[in-house]
Design a protein around this ligand. Structure first.
Ligand SMILES: NC(=O)c1ccc[n+]([C@@H]2O[C@H](COP(=O)([O-])OP(=O)(O)OC[C@H]3O[C@@H](n4cnc5c(N)ncnc54)[C@H](OP(=O)(O)O)[C@@H]3O)[C@@H](O)[C@H]2O)c1
Length: 245
C-alpha cells in the first residue's frame, strides 16, 4: 500500500500508521509540526515501513497547503493508492459556547477544511484510476446531542459528505471509508471521564485497517458502538431532549 496519513503524530492516527508500518506499507506523513512529523517518520521506519518515510507540513487550518502536500507525497511514494485523515479537534460544548472563535476554528478544521483536503485527495486518487479515502468522523455525528452540539454538527457534516462521495465515485474505483469512533482513550479525551465501552487506540486501529483493506464504507470502532448508536438513533426526539447524553 502507498499511503498518506494526515494526523499520525498522536492517538488513533499513530496507532494506525504503526500497524501499516509493521506490515511493510509505504508511508508518507502529513501534519502541522515538522519536528513531530520527523520523529514519527523515524519511529515508523524502525517498525518496518517500506523505504524512507517522507513528511510534509499540512495544517488543516491552512487549505493552501493541501494540494502541495499531496503532490509531495505522490512524488515521494511514486504514486498513491490510500489517503487517511485522522486529524481533527475537539473541545467541550461549554467551552465552544464561550469562545465563538474557537467554535469557528473547530467547524472549519473538522468539516470545511477536512472536506477541502478530501477533495484534493479524491481528485488525485481518481486520476490514478481509484484508491481508498479514509476519514475519521465520529459517533457524535449520528444524532444531535446536548454535550456535543457543535463538535457533533462538524462530524455529521463530514459523515454525510463521505457518504455522498462513496455513492458518487465508487463505480469509478474510489472507495470511501468513514470511521466513526466511540470514546477512545487518546490525548483528545484526556481529562474526560471514560464512559462504558471506552476503547484503546491500538484496538481501534486494527478495526480501521481491516475496513481500509476491505473498502468498508462505514465502520464503528470499537465495534460495540455500532449497536449503541443503533439504539440512540432510534430514540424519539422527546427522549433525547430529556436525557443528558
Ligand atoms: N478520541 C475519541 O474519543 C474520538 C471519538 C470520536 C472521534 N474521534 C476523532 O478521531 C480522530 C482522531 O482522534 P484522536 O483521539 O486520535 O486525537 P488526538 O490524539 O488528539 O490526535 C489528533 C491528531 O490530529 C492532528 N491535528 C489536530 N489539529 C490539526 C490541524 N489543524 N492540522 C493538522 N493536524 C491536526 C494532531 O496533530 P498535533 O500533534 O499537531 O496536535 C494529531 O496528530 C479525530 O478526527 C477525532 O475527532 C476521536
Amino acid at each position: 500500500m502507498k499511503a498518506v496519513v494526515l494526523g499520525a503524530t498522536k492517538g488513533m492516527g499513530r496507532a494506525l500508521a504503526r500497524l501499516m508500518a509493521a506490515r511493510g506499507d509505504q508511508l508518507f506523513l502529513l501534519g502541522r509540526d515538522a519536528a513531530d512529523l520527523e520523529r514519527s517518520a523515524r519511529d515508523l521506519e524502525l517498525r518496518g515501513a517500506a523505504s524512507g518515510v517522507g513528511t510534509a507540513e499540512c495544517d488543516l487550518e491552512r487549505p493552501e497547503q493541501f494540494g502541495p502536500a499531496l503532490d509531495a507525497a505522490e512524488r515521494a511514494l511514486g504514486g498513491l493508492d490510500t489517503v487517511v485523515v485522522t486529524a481533527g479537534v475537539f473541545a467541550t460544548q461549554e467551552r465552544l459556547e464561550q469562545e465563538p472563535e474557537l467554535a469557528l476554528t473547530l467547524l472549519r478544521v473538522n468539516f470545511a477544511h477536512t472536506v477541502a483536503f478530501c477533495e484534493e485527495a479524491r481528485r488525485r486518487l481518481l486520476a490514478r484510476g481509484g484508491g481508498t479515502l479514509c476519514a475519521f468522523s465520529s459517533v457524535a455525528g449520528d444524532r444531535g446531542r446536548k454535550p456535543v452540539v457543535l463538535y457533533g454538527a462538524s462530524k455529521a457534516g463530514l459523515s454525510r459528505y463521505l457518504e455522498g462521495l462513496d455513492h458518487r465515485f465508487r463505480a469509478q474505483g474510489l472507495r470511501t471509508v468513514c470511521v466513526k469512533p466511540g470514546f477512545v482513550k487518546t490525548s483528545m479525551t484526556e481529562g474526560l471521564t471514560p464512559p462504558p465501552f471506552a476503547g484503546e487506540p491500538e484496538a481501534v486501529a486494527r478495526v480501521v485497517l481491516r475496513a481500509i483493506d476491505r473498502g468498508t464504507p462505514v465502520v464503528y470502532a470499537p465495534g460495540i458502538w455500532r449497536w449503541v448508536m443503533t439504539v440512540i438513533r432510534l430514540l424519539p426526539r422527546m427522549v433525547m431532549r430529556k436525557v443528558g447524553f
